[in-house]
Design a binder for this molecule. Sequence first.
Ligand code: SF4
Ligand code: SF4
Length: 357
Amino acid sequence: MKNKVYFIDFHTTFQRSIFDKIGDTLSQAGFKDTIREHDKVAVKLHFGAETNFSVINPRYVRYFVNRILALDAKPFLTDTNTLYAGNRVNSIDHTNLATRHGYARSVVNAPVIIADGLVGQSEEIVKIDTKETKEAHIGSDIHHADAILALTHMTGHEAAGFGAAIKNIGMGCASRKGKLAMHSTSRPSINCDRCVGCDRCVQWCQVNAISIKENGKAHIDEELCTGCSMCISVCPFIAIRIKWNTSSEFLNTKITEYAHAVTSHKRDKMFYVNFLNNITRLCDCANIHGEYIVPNIGILFSKDIVAIDRASIDLINERAGKDLFKELYPDILWENIFSYAEKLGMGSSDYELVKIE
Ligand code: SF4
Ligand code: SF4
């Protein structure tokens, strides 16, 4: 039997609001079976880069939070800190940004808890046996949640081809060390033009891989460095460089493996909602107000992470009248994500689309 993906468009009337449609769809899709009384539920989403306006409207988020509260469970909004410097690099800046973007408790009715802690080092290791990953580094508060509701804003993606639920879970649940492993096969290095020799990274490196050299600049011993990425988050001068050297193929393999680490741990305690509106060529990490590449389509719901992402791509391509993602990123073999995810037993691309009016 094919796994179901439920779909609503944004058409509403005075008699039937978008929340009526979402509510009916959640009931039909069996959302409440994912969550038990007293469950701590991670509502995984992306709060958007500073000048990005495309992310999921907080009023939608409040609706989902209230549905979880109605099941006597405990929702919290969550994401993990970024690998790179910016306003989401530690949980103080990250939660402040979430508040600025409207995800304040008074609006969304739930706290924001950044899953990998103050500086992206709070993680749990999940052992898996996949091609590129034997140990996945997952933000602890997502790992310790009883259930996950993945609210995903669908976008294109400059390195992965597209960003949907698999990326929201695979990349978005990884601690900083996990993200570094996806983006780089090298250790971090020092940008001597920026380094002021303040010694802060030296104090935080747990394996003594960093020293200040005679020129007054820090130096990382690659033999000693474990790639924990702590130095990246503690340097106030953005002087630790990441070598973004992995291929799109490797990145997509790692993202899929990390998503597998999360979904295989949570099993039937996951539910996915993909928003197909405000769809941009770049992902929500982009610090720009990107142009929308296709008209708004609707919202998808499923318990199958592979099916919902495949259905999202198919609906976008149908609306665009062409293979939009292949046109945008002809050199990225993003379809491999689906075949690999199926091979790992994460779900099926062969889905049944159920439209709810
Ligand atoms: S924390 Fe940054 S500025 Fe300070 S020594 Fe380390 S790399 Fe240089
Ligand atoms: S990545 Fe971790 S181990 Fe490597 S130099 Fe930085 S703090 Fe030290």
